[in-house]
Design a protein around this ligand. Structure first.
Ligand SMILES: [Zn+2]
Length: 68
């Protein structure tokens, strides 16, 4: 390993077909990831009267589940 910076793809240019929500670790369908209930809205997709910004109103976020 070289370098000490870990970029997890959360800044700037994101090229791809899917649109990521702030709570997503990766695009849907990415190997090693899976859907999880949004911790922000508990899967409701809404916070109060607004859409949950973390999951984009879906109630689901994509989380990495792989160990490596
Ligand atoms: Zn949410």
């Amino acid at each position: 390993m070289s370098g000490g910076k870990t970029d997890n793809g959360s800044s700037g240019a994101t090229s791809g077909t899917g649109r990521l929500n702030p709570g997503d670790d990766a695009a849907p369908g990415t190997p090693g990831t899976g859907e999880d209930v949004c911790p922000q809205c508990q899967g409701k997709g809404r916070l109060g009267t607004s859409d949950c910004p973390t999951c984009g109103g879906t109630g689901i976020v994509i989380k990495g589940v792989a160990g490596g």
